[in-house]
Design a protein around this ligand. Sequence first.
Ligand SMILES: [Zn+2]
Length: 443
Amino acid sequence: MGCRGVGGMVLSLALGIGLARTAQQAMGQTAPTGSNADVRLLAAANEDAYRLPPEELKKAHALGRIRDVLGIVAPLWDLVVAWLLLATRLAARADRWVKGVHRKQWVQGLLFFALFVTVASAADLPLEWFAHHVSLQFGISVQSWASWTADWLKALGLSVGIGAPVLLLFHGVVRRWPRRYWLGAWVVAVPLMALGVFVGPLLEPIFNHFEPLQKADPALVAELERVVDRTGAEIPPERMFLMKASAKTNGLNAWVSGWGATKRLVVWDTTVDRVPNDEVLFIFAHETGHYVLHHLPKMMAVSAMLMLFGFWACARVAEWMLRRFGGRWGVGGLESRAGFGVLLLAVSLGGIVAEPLANGLSRYVEHQADVYGQEALHGIVADPQETAVAAFNRLGEAWLEEPHPNPVIVFLLYNHPSTQSRAQFAKEYDPWAHGGHGEFFRK
Ligand SMILES: [Zn+2]
């Protein structure tokens, strides 16, 4: 959901949402949509741990190809849009136009960047429209076009409302420190990234309805509390929420998000309705692992280090582009608004280069959370291995996850290990066999 145009991308990079999110969205991306309760029976001894019935398998292959293409095309398209805005001199013209609208510089800046975020979001509309069309066709989304459009407009409002002032702030940094602006931008970006993680959960009700999980399913809450007790995670029942996802999707999901006062567990109603409680416990235990193992602050620290180098490198690239193309684009210096657009283009490019690295780190912590989740269920469910394998199959089927993705695509685009490798690991992982113990739990 949301507008991820050039503006969105830059924002997410600046706010570190790209990386920080991966640490939050436990089972999200690779998880969701299934309903066949007997999938686990198909996973016989020497066969794949994650298997789909023939019809679903056909769909998963077809959908997988579309997802791969979209995953590669979307970020490149953002880059093309940013390039076009400069090459057609639209950025330079918009800068001249806002100067005629109002005398105050900050008003001009807000207007310029609001325009920029709107254009970048609008440029992404065809891709997002297509993605929703495909999701409807494959029976994953059930959201009407009217509701989808309303969500898109809300996301646009949010992107403009947050994006324009944030870009204005970064532009102010470039003007204030024309030589070391990349360092200044980094000093501003790091706390903004932390703020983004904190505030994120508070914005979610704009798009979806939430209610206390205790009210919807007290029995599930009681079971979740057993995992909370074993892990020492501080997630009391009043921080557990049910999200009404069924109005929009057949997908399954659950996650822990926010930190401090905004930390919460969110479970989709589709998950509560269709996933057996044992498997919900596994998903929850995986999510808990992210918290107990401090994945969020660790990923944020790594993001911050990457951003320091990234901002420096982007500044060098932007300065080179300005020397090479500045005249042709009608852009004077980086401190002008259109010049700042050159920096945004460089940051978009940096985001594309950094993504496989960020995804690799994310896959590593996701695997750790899988290990943690399975160990946490030891002594709580009868067979943690079977429970985890069943959960991966159910989620994989719900989202029509490709059982055998191309390793290059996994390397480039996957922020979770493939469902197949997760299920395979779960099937074989039994640290307590032969008198051993877990990596994170001794008992
Ligand atoms: Zn995870």
